[in-house]
Design a protein around this ligand. Structure first.
Ligand code: BJW
Ligand code: ZN
Length: 293
């Protein structure tokens, strides 16, 4: 007998075979299996911490030491984490030769990630190192295939001159020492005051630096590029996001509005599921492997 899941899988694979412009949107659930906490669902780090206190420009202006402690802790966690199977499935799909096996008509494949942890980039790097023969024709498109709409937790950005650079060493300065933090709770408590002059400073002008991520009320990166991709896409694959944060939450329906189809991979229900054409309920690290073995 044939069950509903097999039919969805079959229909999805058929549609993928015809897709020309594929757009993937990812969120925190993609990195959950790597041990990076999500933001909102059960066990999400912001259930215990006040989002408004930490991920806003106002929070940083009021208490940069507190915000830096939070981001330092998450920065260390992201640097220590390893990409999971879901990252590797997406990394393989970003290789044209491998993409063609499941989507022979595909002309473009792009991945807009809301994640700041760089794990997808590292998965792509690891894959490249393992398959040298695919490296040559990939290097360009691979760099361009991932768009980090909310920036990177490893970027350090000046509050004055705008200088931004990726720094992979840790801690960024002596006042941010991992050993003093036990967890997110600690990172969100106010008992450790750090003076602005003891926080990371801009390497170009010496002013106070901030994490190179996008906070509420700030303009996300690469919006013009993304709008073009959304306009062109005929398949939008939404993975591990609650679809509650704009503008990333709007892309799938915009693709659908001009005739494209939407596939959702999520452990739980997410906003807009009722409009999705295909739903793969479960951990994306196993579901993506099942769908794209
Ligand atoms: C699994 C799984 C597994 C678990 N497998 N699945 C009212 C007031 C103020 C602002 C607004 C407002 N109304 C609207 C706004 C705009 C605002 C917004 O959307 N707010 C809403 C919350 C209401 N948006 C913005 O302000 C954005 N900017 C903007 O719109 O600018 C407009 C502009 C245009 C032009 C010029 C100028 C301005 C900016 C948003 C920035 C978001 N920043 C953060 C922090 C980034 C840095 C950091 O990491 O600290 O981004 S907030 C946080 O949410 C983070 C995430 O990227 C983002 C999305 O979260 P995500 O990824 O969806 O995570 P979760 O936890 O919500 O969901 C995880 C999902 O995974 C769940 O569904 C699980 O079920 C699933 N899951 N394990 C599969 N194994
Ligand atoms: Zn500067």
């Amino acid at each position: 007998s044939v069950n509903v899941e097999d039919i969805v899988l079959h229909n999805f694979r058929e549609y993928v075979k015809s897709a020309k412009h594929i757009l993937v949107i990812t969120g925190a659930g993609l990195s959950a299996a790597s041990g990076i906490p999500t933001f909102r669902d059960g066990g999400g780090m912001w259930n215990s911490l006040d989002v408004e206190k930490l991920a806003t420009p106002e929070a940083f202006a009021t208490n940069p030491g507190l915000v830096w402690q939070f981001y330092h802790y998450r920065r260390v966690k992201a640097l220590e984490a390893q990409p999971n199977q879901a990252h590797y499935v997406l990394a393989r799909l970003s290789i044209p030769k491998l993409l063609k096996k499941v989507a022979p008509q595909a002309k473009t494949f792009h991945h807009v990630t809301q994640n700041v942890d760089r794990l997808i980039i590292r998965a792509m790097d690891n894959l490249n190192n393992d398959t040298p023969e695919s490296l040559s024709h990939l290097n360009h498109s691979r760099v361009n295939s991932v768009i980090e709409i909310h920036g990177r937790i490893t970027d350090v950005q000046c509050t004055q001159c705008g200088h931004r650079e990726e720094v992979l060493s840790s801690p960024l300065c002596s006042s941010l020492d991992t050993s003093i933090l036990n967890g997110y709770e600690d990172a969100g408590s106010e008992h450790r005051y750090i003076a602005p002059e003891d926080l990371p400073r801009c390497s170009a002008c010496g002013a106070l630096a901030r994490p190179g991520v996008v906070w509420f009320g700030e303009k996300p990166y690469h919006l013009d590029d993304i709008n073009l991709l959304v306009y062109k896409a005929d398949l939008c694959i939404v993975i591990g996001t609650s679809s509650t944060v704009r503008p990333a939450s709007t892309y799938a329906y915009r693709v659908q509005r001009h005739g494209g189809k939407v596939a959702v991979f999520n452990l739980n229900e997410s906003v807009g599921d009722e409009r999705a054409d295909f739903i793969f309920r479960g951990p994306c690290e196993t579901e993506l492997l099942r769908v794209f073995p």
